[in-house]
Design a protein around this ligand. Structure first.
Ligand SMILES: C[S@@+](CC[C@H](N)C(=O)[O-])C[C@H]1O[C@@H](n2cnc3c(N)ncnc32)[C@H](O)[C@@H]1O
Length: 191
């Protein structure tokens, strides 16, 4: 069964993340991934959801309310500052993170993720997540500036030490119009 990128990103999180853990939605947008993660870790787990836009935080808050989810902390700040929000307990329990790069659908297409902050966030997360924890990036790159971010990320992840992390690329080779693809980074070692 071939999965679409969103479906596959969720599949990867389901395989790596356990109930009761802490997870991060690094780009909460309209809240779809936040809602998914909230259910995945369950009431004993916790989600930290980041976005730089008030609109994204509001949309995510509304979606979570509709679904009566209470295990989420919404943070209006750049994911580049993730480590500032992780206390001792969350650091111990952090199973992974998901990113959907690009712009907020049906919103201002000028506000996009950028290579500097995305890579800074991934660098922090690689320190913070537990062994066998996962970072999943859904890389949208068809918009203005998307190509630059894509190239920087590919350049960065291909240089990561294979003894420390597995890096996977999941991509449709025959789709037109710059389809999104996935980069997944799993930390090696024993849980
Ligand atoms: C493709 S959208 C995310 C869609 C979301 N996953 C969903 O399910 O609706 C990308 C989001 O990244 C946010 N963003 C851009 N730069 C950011 C940053 N440095 N830190 C956190 N969020 C950022 C944008 O505001 C936008 O809402």
């Amino acid at each position: 069964m071939v999965m679409g990128v969103i479906e596959f990103s969720h599949f990867l999180m389901e395989q790596a993340i356990e109930e009761g853990e802490t997870v991060i939605d690094a780009t909460c947008g309209n809240g779809n991934d936040t809602l998914f993660l909230s259910k995945l870790v369950g009431d004993t787990g916790h989600v930290f959801a980041f976005d730089i836009q008030e609109l994204a935080i509001d949309n995510t808050k509304q979606l979570l309310e509709v679904h009566s989810r209470q295990n989420v902390t919404l943070i209006k700040d750049s994911h580049a500052n993730i480590d500032q929000y992780m206390d001792e307990n969350n650091r111990k329990n952090l199973g992974g993170a998901i990113f959907n790069l690009g712009y907020l659908p049906r919103s201002d297409k000028q506000i996009v993720t950028k290579k500097e902050s995305t890579i800074a966030a991934v660098q922090s997360l690689l320190q913070l997540i537990r062994p066998r924890g996962i970072i999943v990036l859904v890389v949208y790159h068809g918009h203005a500036g998307g190509e630059l971010e894509k190239e920087a990320i590919l350049n960065y992840v291909t240089k990561l030490d294979q003894k420390k992390v597995h890096v996977l690329k999941y991509e449709f080779m025959n789709q037109k119009n710059k389809p999104p693809f996935i980069i997944a980074i799993q930390k090696r070692g024993e849980k």
